[in-house]
Design a protein around this ligand. Structure first.
Ligand code: GLN
Length: 381
């Protein structure tokens, strides 16, 4: 009765953990969304947009003023030239941008190269679009194994998904690594589909590089980002895809019939977001840097082994050695008995490696993180 397409993936474990967290009244460090308010100026912009009657469909591929601002931002921040009329598509979050891109590119049986660990959506993105995923594990130190990456490419490879900064491990891909990836994309005529949603959340003065800004990559990259993480508005569902115009018209067709368009008043408010001064982004990084240290210290104290992430707002931690449960059982134990929700590592791995890990987010108020720290101290290993 059901399609084979939906047999190949399960519901989001991340969102399932949020439901479990609510049930047990736990501190939710599972789903990556802020529990603090969005900037006042943005909230006012959204409220005014509704009062000013921006309440009907916007143009399917995005309100003109927003596409123009996105195009400017792409030039200035990402080093990518994208014509607002023909190369920018506003979507319902970067989640839709990713799915629409895959549906626009993939024929049944085409292959998608995906680094592991990966954000859980990419599995279902591949399953729904008909792509066969080829996972390339990153090393213990998150480095790329050049041989393994090269071996993953072949005549059937259609796309490579590149998520930088990476959710869940926090890796920020360097320009040299991108050069290696882009050479392979050119050699095998592959499109890079990126997920750069954490592009502004990067620590220790590391720099974000967009692969679409590299030589030879402009016309073979779909650059995806959005407003959720940078402006703490994950519920608004506003994202976008930048791509050369033939790719864009394919994405727009899928987008049109999936959603018609992203919420019009919120698109209008996002213009305000893109006009924030540079200090907004410096403050954002400063805030998350403090939270990163809070969570890191709490996890180390509780017996987890982990590294400071280079970007994004998650810590992927090794389950303490003394624990005899796998990731799923331990995550359930933590939420029920300790009152802290995390995501089981296996959501981010096809291999067994995830079974020894949990992902915690620090996109929470300091008080929330402090409360989690107190609860984690009760962990007896
Ligand atoms: N990107 C966030 C995370 O990884 C939210 C996931 C979701 O619910 N879409 O936790």
């Amino acid at each position: 009765m059901l399609s084979r397409r939906v047999e190949h993936f399960v519901e989001s474990v991340i969102r399932d953990m949020t439901r479990l967290s609510l049930k047990h009244d736990a501190v939710n460090l599972a789903q990556g969304f802020p529990d603090f308010p969005a900037p006042d100026e943005l909230k006012r912009a959204a409220a005014s947009a509704i009062m000013e009657d921006y309440n009907q469909y916007s143009i399917t591929w995005g309100a003109k003023d927003l596409r123009e601002e996105i195009s400017r931002k792409a030039r200035e921040y990402n080093g990518i030239e994208a014509d607002p009329e023909s190369e920018v598509t506003v979507t319902c979050g970067s989640t839709e941008a990713m799915m629409a891109s895959m549906l626009a590119l993939i024929n049944e049986g085409d292959e998608a190269v995906i680094f592991e660990p990966f954000y859980e959506n990419y599995g279902p993105d591949a399953a729904v679009s008909g792509a066969v995923p080829r996972f390339v594990p990153l090393g213990e130190d998150n480095s790329i194994d050049e041989e393994a990456l090269t071996a993953a490419f072949n005549k059937k490879t259609r796309v490579l998904i590149l998520n930088t900064p990476n959710n869940p491990c926090g890796k920020v891909f360097t320009r040299d690594e991108m050069k290696l990836i882009s050479d392979l994309c050119v050699d095998f005529d592959v499109v890079a589909v990126t997920d750069e949603i954490y592009e502004h959340i990067i620590y220790d003065k590391k720099r974000h590089v967009s692969i679409g800004s590299l030589d030879n990559m402009r016309d073979r990259t779909i650059t995806i980002s959005g407003f959720s993480k940078t402006y703490s508005v994950t519920g608004w569902r506003i994202g976008y895809a930048l791509a050369e115009k033939n790719l864009t018209s394919a994405i727009r067709k899928v987008h049109d019939f999936l959603t018609v368009g992203a919420p019009a008043p919120l698109q209008h408010a996002c213009v305000t977001a893109l006009r924030f001064p540079g200090s907004y982004y410096t403050e954002l990084v400063k805030m998350y840097d403090g939270k990163r240290k809070l969570l890191y210290d709490a996890l180390i104290k509780a017996g987890f082994k982990c590294k400071m992430p280079e970007g994004a707002y998650y810590i992927l931690a090794d389950i303490p050695q003394g624990v005899k449960m796998d990731d799923m059982a331990f995550a359930k134990y933590l939420v029920r008995e300790i009152g802290v929700a995390a995501v089981p590592g296996s959501s981010f791995y096809r291999s067994e490696a995830g079974k020894h890990k949990l992902r915690f987010t620090f996109s929470k108020k300091d008080e929330t993180l402090q409360e989690a720290a107190i609860r984690l101290e009760k962990l007896e290993i």
